[in-house]
Design a protein around this ligand. Structure first.
Ligand SMILES: [Zn+2]
Length: 53
């Protein structure tokens, strides 16, 4: 069980390592590691806590 997000590029984002963090601004921006498209914050925060076990 867990949160997944289907990126516009077709990649399924499921785990922390599927996201890249952009800390260049005052807030964290989560992006798809494949295409760099920003992931909605609420979804990204949940995915960011998920790890393959
Ligand atoms: Zn993508």
């Amino acid at each position: 069980m867990g949160t997944t997000h289907r990126c516009v590029c077709g990649k399924t984002l499921r785990y922390r390592q599927d996201l890249a963090i952009d800390r260049s601004g005052t807030t964290r921006t989560w992006k798809c590691t494949d295409c760099g498209t920003p992931v909605p914050g609420g979804v990204a925060e949940r995915i960011g806590h998920q790890h393959p076990s």
